[in-house]
Design a protein. Sequence first.
Length: 136
Amino acid sequence: MLSSEKIYRLRSFSFGATGLICMLYALLVVFTGQPDPMPWWLPGSVGLLSAVLIFSKFHRADPVSVQQATDELFKRNAAIAHRFGFWSALLLYPFFGFLIATGVISLTLAFPIMGTLTAAAYLLSFAILSEWPSAG
């Protein structure tokens, strides 16, 4: 039987790995100057794979383990990560709007950076909070 600790670790690892792929995509766009520095489907595929893995772990676990894996600490961390992801995404628009308006970055580069950074902000903050609850 799956323990809540295994579910917790898989969820944290999956979010972290997906967040790192998204962050890597954004950094590669910045440093290469190409809107598609790696296959465009890679961040989404890693995200879908993570979702399938997490869902399958929850589906195979007993109700007590599922309840323990979604306790108050999970809800607190998820709420903090949601807030951080929301405000990060919201702040990306004026920041990149300024960069586009001043000609520092093109519109074709700004959109993939903003899209992947929006996902990375939530995913990485959740993974960090899951591993270091005192960070929140």
